[in-house]
Every structure is written in C-alpha cells, then in structure tokens.
Ligand binder design. Structure first.
Ligand SMILES: [Zn+2]
Length: 101
C-alpha cells in the first residue's frame, strides 16, 4: 500500500490518504513521540515508562515530509530533527493506536 496524499491538518495531525482510499490520521505529538530513529529510541530507554516528554511547538511542527524509497516517509520537524523514517506499516500502526484511544 502507498500513500496517495499526505497532508497536515489544523497543524495538529497528519492525514494520510492511502491508494486503497482508506485514511489514517496521526496526531503530530504522537508521531513525534513515536519517532523510530536511534536517537529518540535511546532517549526513551533512559527514561521510565511513565515519562511523558513535553515538546515545544517547534518540535511538533512539521517542516516537510518526503518519501523514502517506496516503503516509508521521512519527516523534518521544526527543530530540524530529521532522522525518523516511518515505514508505511508503522504509520498504519500509529493511526490504529489513535483509533483505539
Ligand atoms: Zn527521532
């Protein structure tokens, strides 16, 4: 499955329209918190599980989204954090988490 269109809505969440015409919506705060890059993973490991990071507005602003190969998107945040690569199945997983909450 491929994203047909990706956009940021209300500066709050990422909306992904898939080519099977399903839609995923992921809060930017959630997207940032679940950043899969090594830096963020290491940070999470050193914190307790109840730790909830507070992000600045800049850190929750998406500067740009680009496709990575044909399996993932890379995002650049307002604070220039750009090492997170979100593959499509991971994005699906994140949006389903939100749906359950
Ligand atoms: Zn990261």
């Amino acid at each position: 499955m491929q994203p047909a269109r990706i956009k940021v809505k209300e500066k709050k969440y990422l909306q992904i329209l898939w080519d099977d015409s399903s839609t995923s919506e992921i809060m930017l705060a959630n997207l940032r918190r679940q950043c899969p890059c090594a830096v963020c993973a290491a940070e999470k490991e050193t914190e307790s599980s109840s730790y909830v990071p507070i992000y600045s507005e800049q850190q929750l602003t998406l500067k740009s989204v680009q496709s990575v190969g044909n399996y993932a998107i890379g995002v650049i945040w307002g604070d220039d954090h750009n090492t997170g690569i979100y593959d499509f199945s991971y994005l699906k997983q994140l949006s389903e988490q939100r749906a359950r909450n």
